[in-house]
Design a binder for this molecule. Structure first.
Ligand code: PRT
Ligand code: ZN
Length: 301
């Protein structure tokens, strides 16, 4: 859990001997969540500063702001050590990178869609037809695997308007809510890839940088463990203490604190949001009162 030995220590507050470089989308759907992840891990970047390369003030990390299309290659070639990018881009670019962690945000899917009134007969429908996409490599691989011979028309933006203007018969594009397909009179017929944001890494990262990465992952994990969990405090009659402890799943056993009134005690514990209301109901039935519920920032296991 340390980044430098004594003789390779910091020379000043911002100048570390080793620095891990992370590539993040400069603006777009991924950038906000990626920056939020760093902020939650208490890694501080100068607010509002969006030059190409920005150094964190309290952690040996520098952020390289790029277009998402360029992130897989930058990491594969070592211009950045790690990067945050959509799985769709990683698959399409087919660069040799390590998938360090799945981040769970920017979820979407890459799907085939056709005009809503077309009579879909299964994948064979696409035989001899033209498909517009910004993901030609993934689509080529998929069509080949299923023996479908279709023409691929590569366009970089507004793929969903192609069938309406006669440029293609169907499309292969990112879908999230599906609203864009509906407003273009299209319907999703096949989901080819489910995607989420990935933390990718260079395969030949130096050992010292890997240690910094592990420290960062440790912080991410602490944030993730705290999500969906609540810190709960309540007052309970001492005679019901055993029954109350039985219904509490907490991290270990709950903390029990005596109160001035000897018949009562205070119980502190951590509850999972999924079972929250069920457990609170049981606690109330057992006589718990003054139940306080608080968000948790981090859990270090
Ligand atoms: O400028 P730069 O090249 O960096 O950004 P970009 O324009 O290529 O990418 P950006 O910011 O649009 O998306 C970045 C990543 O977010 C994508 O690579 C996906 O991994 C992820 N993502 C998640 C999405 C969506 N959801 C999404 N809905 N990317 C694009 N969309 C599009 C979709 O194609 C549709 O046209 O958003 C539109 C709305 O989708 P619906 O289905 O909700 O209507
Ligand atoms: Zn892009």
């Amino acid at each position: 859990m340390h980044y430098f030995s004594e003789n390779e220590s910091q020379t000043n507050e911002n100048n570390y001997h080793y620095m891990l470089r992370i590539a993040i989308q400069s603006k777009g759907r991924l950038s906000e969540d990626a920056l939020k992840l760093l902020a939650e891990a208490d890694i501080k970047l100068e607010a509002g500063k969006r030059t190409l390369l920005v150094q964190a003030s309290n952690f040996p990390l520098e952020v390289l702001y790029l277009r998402d299309d360029d992130i897989p290659q930058s990491v594969a070639k070592g211009f950045a050590d790690i990067g945050i990018v959509g799985e769709n881009e990683v698959c399409e670019r087919n660069e040799d990178v390590e998938i360090v962690s799945r981040l769970g945000f920017s979820k979407c899917r890459l799907s085939l869609a056709i005009p809503k009134n077309a009579n879909y007969t299964g994948l064979k429908w696409f035989d001899g037809r033209k498909i517009a996409t910004s993901y030609p490599n993934i689509l080529t691989g998929f069509l080949k695997k299923h023996g479908i011979h279709a023409k691929i028309h590569v366009i970089t933006g507004s793929v969903e308007i192609s069938p309406g203007i006669g440029l293609a018969d169907g499309i292969f594009d990112i879908v999230s809510s599906g609203g864009t397909l509906v407003s273009n009179n299209l319907r999703e017929v096949e989901v080819i890839l489910k995607s989420e944001a990935l933390l990718i890494g260079n395969r030949n990262m130096e050992e010292a940088k890997r240690r910094i990465l592990e420290d960062m992952l440790f912080r991410f994990e602490a944030v993730r463990s705290a999500q969906d969990k609540k810190y709960v405090m309540m007052n309970a009659p001492k005679e019901k203490l055993h029954k109350i402890i039985e219904v509490l799943p907490g991290i270990k056993s709950p903390t029990v604190i005596p109160l001035a009134d000897e018949q009562w005690c205070s119980i502190h514990t951590v509850l999972d949001e999924k079972r929250f209301w069920e457990i609170i109901g049981k606690l109330k039935d057992l006589g718990a009162q003054g139940i306080l519920v608080m968000p948790i920032e981090k859990i270090i296991q």
